[in-house]
Every structure is written in C-alpha cells, then in structure tokens.
Design a protein around this ligand. Structure first.
Ligand SMILES: Nc1ncnc2c1ncn2[C@@H]1O[C@H](COP(=O)(O)OP(=O)(O)OP(=O)(O)O)[C@@H](O)[C@H]1O
Ligand SMILES: [Mg+2]
Length: 247
C-alpha cells in the first residue's frame, strides 16, 4: 500500500480583521509532517476564522501561510486545496444530493488518485460502518456518519495538511473514538500534519501532544496538554465552560 508524505505548515504572524473587529493578531505556529497540533479556546476566539485563513477561504489581513516553504498567502481556496491543505467543516462537507460512493469518487478524482487511493480509504469506510451505505444519498445518513464521511472525503484527496474544525462536535462517545482512528490513519497513511480545533478536552488530551490556546485574538498559552490545561489563566479563560460543553 502506498504511503504518502505530508508537508510542513508554517503560519507566521497572521492577523485577521473584519472592518473594526480584530479577530486575532500575530498568531504563529508550525506543524511538521505527521504531527498533530490542537487549538482550543472559548466560543468566538477565532478558531474557525484561523482555519478559514489557512485554507484560503479568507485572506489574512497580515502575515503568511506557507506549505513546504511555498507561499500560500493570497491564493484562492481551490489553489490551496490543490497544493495539499484541506479542511473539514464544523458542520458537514459532503455533496448532499450525491451518494456516499459518488462523494468519495469525486474526492479521489480531485487529487488524481485511483485504486491505490481507494485502498487506503477502504479500512476507514469499513471501520466507520459505511460499506452498507455506499449507495445511500449522503444527506440521508445519520449525523454521525455524515461527519465521518466528511472526514473520509478530506482524507480521499490525499492532503499534506488536514485542518479539522470540531470533528467530534455532536458525536456520541463511540463515534468520537472514530475521530481518533481517523487521525492516526491520516498520520500513518498520509504522513500529513493535522490541526484539530476541538472543545472535547478528552479528545484533545488523547490526540494532541501539543496544544495552543486562543483567547481574545491572541495565543494565551502553548505546550503539552498537561502543562497548558492546568494553568490558572487557561482554566479561568476557558476550561470551566469547555468541560461542561463536552460532557
Ligand atoms: N465573515 C465574518 N464577518 C465578520 N465577523 C466574523 C466573520 N466570521 C467570523 N466573524 C467573527 O469573528 C469572531 C471569531 O469567530 P470564529 O467563528 O472564528 O470563532 P470560533 O473560535 O470558531 O468559535 P466557536 O468555538 O463558537 O466555533 C466572532 O466574533 C465572529 O462573529
Ligand atoms: Mg468555530
């Protein structure tokens, strides 16, 4: 089975404003191939906007995004996707009227993949119990399976970097464990870097050796989950409410 090679994501001093609203300022981090970075922070902290800036949906007001040293800043979404930076959505990202199989085929075609790509996807389709649903229209699937399909579609384009916006939101405990499998699979099969935005602190602890806390548009803390999640300023800014949400 083919094993692919991910890319180095470098985010340098990015800033985003909407008119007078400063969403974030001077955010920098790198994600080497095969590594996972968690980003947490209260509602409205700017996490989704940051993903939108990295994937090319929005232009940053300042700063740069590079993939393997290549400037992505200012490139449109489709060009950044082609280069290998792929996002999943906080909701779902399937072509709703198409079947599960058609959705996956489109994603495979997008990246010029073929049988070898299907072979890397098949274990996920099996594990997520999507085989019986291959000819089902994707918007008829239960919510949890739609989210899993969204992850598989992101995987199917063989990204170099994956940006996951709340992959576990709205899922039951058993389904959340599938997100773990998915991320491990992306690391080992694609070698890709993964950015995970999540409110589920158990998932963050399991999957992210390093995390970054966004608060009021800046990086409040970064480091290992053990170090960061025990800090009083982080608990005050965020954790009291986050654990309630994830429960
Ligand atoms: N297109 C836009 N135009 C104007 N303001 C926006 C736009 N998109 C986001 N914002 C604002 O930017 C801020 C950050 O929003 P964002 O969705 O990035 O937060 P978040 O950290 O993802 O929150 P959540 O945890 O609730 O998903 C909010 O104040 C939001 O209203
Ligand atoms: Mg968000």
């Amino acid at each position: 089975m083919t094993v692919y090679q991910g890319g180095l994501l470098e985010v340098t001093s990015v800033r985003k404003r909407f008119g007078g609203l400063h969403v974030f300022n001077d955010i920098s981090f790198t994600i080497p191939p095969g590594e996972v970075l968690g980003i947490i922070g209260p509602n409205g902290a700017g996490k989704t906007t940051l993903i939108n800036v990295i994937c090319g949906m929005l232009a940053p007001s300042a700063g740069s995004v590079r993939l393997d040293g290549r400037e992505m800043t200012g490139m449109p979404l489709h060009a950044v996707s082609r280069a290998g930076i792929i996002r999943s959505f906080q909701q779902t990202n399937t072509f709703r009227a198409a079947t599960v199989r058609e959705n996956i085929s489109r994603a495979v075609r997008f990246s010029g993949g073929g049988e070898d790509t299907w072979a890397t996807i098949a274990p996920l389709v099996d594990e997520f119990e999507l085989y019986p649903q291959l000819d089902e229209q994707s918007d008829k699937l239960p919510y949890g399976l739609q989210k899993m399909l969204g992850l598989i579609l992101a995987f199917a384009v063989r990204p170099k970097v994956l940006l996951l916006d709340e992959p576990a939101a709205g899922l039951e405990r058993r389904e959340r464990m599938r997100v773990d499998s998915f991320v491990r699979h992306a690391q080992t099969q694609l070698g890709c870097g993964v950015l995970i935005v999540e409110h589920d602190m158990d998932l963050v602890r399991r999957l992210c050796p390093k995390i970054l806390v966004l608060d009021s548009g800046r990086v409040l803390a970064e480091g290992t989950p053990d170090d960061v999640l025990s800090r009083k300023d982080v608990i005050d800014a965020y954790l009291g409410t986050a654990d309630e949400e994830a429960a």
